[in-house]
Design a protein around this ligand. Structure first.
Ligand code: HAM
Length: 432
C-alpha cells in the first residue's frame, strides 16, 4: 500500500528544526509581553463571511486562496488565512473593545492555498500583535518599534528594511480608485486578464500586478499620493517624525498598498533580500474601520504579523541561530552493569528534582555498556553520569564523564554528585 504523504505546502517541523522555532517563539513572546501585550487565542476555523467582510471580496486571499467548505450542517466555514479578522471577532464578541484600550498578541497556523515555493506555504505560522482604541501615531510607532526590537534581539537588523506608505482613508481610496479606473479603461486592451477583471471591482489591486506590461502602463497612472486627505498626511508625517526620533530607518514606497482591504492611513512591510521572491518577513498597518465593518463600534486599530517560516529561514540562511539553541540535553545517565541498571531511573528522578535546570535523559532499554555509552554520545548531552557496581565494602560511587573526544571521568560519591555534575557541566564548552 502506498504511504500517505503530507498535503503539498504543509510542512512537518522535525525535532532537528523545532529548537530554532522554539527560540523564535520564546524571543517573540518575551518581547511582546515586555511591551504589555496579552495573548489571545481564537479558533483556526471561522465563518467564511468573517474573512470576506474583513479582508475583502476582491482580494487574492478571498478569491483564490481560502480553504473553504460547507461543514456537516451546511455552514460555510474557512480555515483562517490570517489572524487580524479572528482577533477582532473574538475581542468584539467578548466585549474587550468596548470603551477600552487593548494590546493583544497571538500566534498560530494560518492557511492560504497559494502556489508553494521557498518561504511560501499553504499552512504557515504568524505571530501577530494588534492594538485597539488608540488613534494617534504614537501607537503606530510602538508597533513598528516592537519589530525593530525583534530584529535587534534576533541579530537581523542589518538584513531587513522598512517600507512605509500612507494609503489614506477608504473615501480617499474610492476617489483615487475612480481616477485610476478612468485611466486604466483607456488602456483596457493592454491589461492582463486579472487586472481587467479588477478594473471595476477593485482597481487598486491592479497596482499590485506582477505582469510587466501592466506595470509599464502604471508608470503614467494617477498616484494615490495626490488623493490622500490632509488628516491622514498629518498623522503619517507625525509617525515619520516619531520613527526618526527613535532612529528607525525607513523608505517611503508609494506603491505599497497591501493585499488586504481593511487598512487605512499607515501601512508598512519589512523586507529582506536574503530569501528571494518571498522577502516580506513582517507586515501591518492601521485599520480603523474594521471593527465597525464587523458590527462593532468604531474603534481605531493598528497591528502587524511576523511570518514565522520566513524568520526561521532568514536566521538559518545568514547563520544567526545561536549554537546554544541546538543544545537541548545536558546529561545522559547510564549504568556500567545490568546489576545496577535499576538505580538509573531513581537517581535520574532525584537529580531532576534537585537540579531542575539540568536537562537529563536516563538510559532505557538495557544493552552492553559500550552501546549505552555510544547512545550517550549520540544523545547530544555534554556529560554522562555512570552508575557503577558498589564495592563489597565502601560507599557507592558514580562516574561523571565528559562526553568529548577525551572522555575524562571522575569517580564521586553520591553525596558529592550534584556539585561534581555542575562543575563538569560548567567545564564543557557550553555554547553561548
Ligand atoms: P500579510 O502580509 O498577509 O498580513 O501576512 C503577514 C506575514 O505573514 C507576511 O509578511 C509573511 O511573512 C507571512 N506570510 C503570509 N503568507 C504566507 C505564506 N503563504 N507562507 C509563509 N508566510 C506567509 C496579514 O496577515 C495581516 N493580518 C497582518 C496584520 C496584522 N495587519 C494588521 N495586523
Amino acid at each position: 500500500m502506498s504511504k500517505i504523504q503530507a498535503i503539498r505546502g504543509m510542512n512537518d517541523i522535525l525535532p532537528t528544526e523545532t529548537p530554532t522555532w522554539q527560540y523564535v517563539e520564546q524571543v517573540t513572546q518575551a518581547l511582546v509581553q515586555s511591551y504589555g501585550y496579552r495573548e489571545i487565542r481564537f479558533p483556526v476555523l471561522e465563518q467564511s463571511q468573517l474573512f470576506k467582510r474583513s479582508i475583502g471580496e476582491v482580494t487574492d486571499i478571498v478569491e483564490k486562496e481560502m480553504y473553504s467548505f460547507a461543514d456537516r450542517n451546511g455552514d460555510e466555514l474557512s480555515l483562517r488565512p490570517e489572524g487580524t479578522a479572528g482577533c477582532v471577532r473574538a475581542a468584539e464578541q467578548h466585549g474587550l473593545l468596548y470603551n477600552q484600550q487593548q494590546r493583544l498578541w497571538y500566534r498560530g497556523p494560518m492557511f492560504r492555498h497559494e502556489r508553494p515555493q521557498k518561504g511560501r506555504y499553504r499552512q504557515f505560522h504568524q505571530v501577530g500583535i494588534e492594538s485597539f482604541g488608540m488613534a494617534g501615531p504614537d501607537i503606530d510607532a510602538e508597533i513598528i518599534l516592537i519589530s525593530v526590537a525583534l530584529w535587534r534581539e534576533l541579530g537581523l537588523s542589518k538584513n531587513v528594511r522598512l517600507e512605509i506608505n500612507n494609503i489614506g482613508t477608504a473615501a480617499d481610496r474610492r476617489a483615487f480608485g475612480a481616477a485610476l479606473t478612468a485611466f486604466l479603461q483607456q488602456h483596457e486592451a493592454d491589461l492582463d486578464e486579472d487586472s481587467q477583471r479588477r478594473l471595476l471591482s477593485n482597481p487598486l489591486r491592479v497596482l499590485d500586478s506582477k505582469v510587466p506590461a501592466t506595470q509599464a502602463l502604471l508608470v503614467n497612472a494617477p498616484s494615490l499620493v495626490e488623493y490622500v486627505s490632509p488628516e491622514t498626511v498629518a498623522h503619517y508625517d507625525q509617525l515619520k517624525k516619531l520613527l526618526r526620533a527613535n532612529d528607525v530607518d525607513f523608505v517611503e514606497n508609494p506603491r505599497l498598498v497591501r493585499g488586504l482591504d481593511y487598512y487605512n492611513n499607515m501601512v508598512f512591510e519589512w523586507i529582506t533580500d536574503e530569501l528571494g521572491a518571498q522577502g516580506t518577513v513582517c507586515a501591518g498597518g492601521r485599520y480603523d474601520s474594521l471593527v465597525s465593518q464587523l458590527g462593532g463600534r468604531g474603534t481605531p486599530a493598528v497591528g502587524l504579523a511576523f511570518g514565522m517560516e520566513r524568520l526561521v529561514l532568514l536566521l538559518e540562511t545568514i547563520g544567526q541561530v545561536p549554537d546554544s539553541v541546538n543544545q537541548v540535553l545536558d546529561v545522559y545517565l547510564l549504568a556500567s552493569d545490568a546489576a545496577v541498571a535499576d538505580q538509573v531511573l531513581k537517581l535520574a528522578e532525584e537529580l531532576r528534582a534537585r537540579l531542575p535546570d539540568v536537562r537529563l535523559m536516563s538510559h532505557c532499554g538495557g544493552g552492553k555498556f559500550n552501546s549505552q555509552l555510544k547512545k550517550a554520545y549520540n544523545s547530544g548531552a555534554r556529560v554522562a553520569v555512570i552508575v557503577d557496581t558498589p564495592p563489597d565494602t565502601g560507599e557507592q560511587t558514580v562516574r561523571v564523564r565528559q562526553l568529548d573526544e577525551e572522555g575524562s571521568s571522575e569517580a564521586v560519591t553520591l553525596q558529592n554528585l550534584d556539585a561534581a555534575l555542575l562543575k563538569a557541566l560548567a567545564q564543557t564548552s557550553a555554547p553561548a
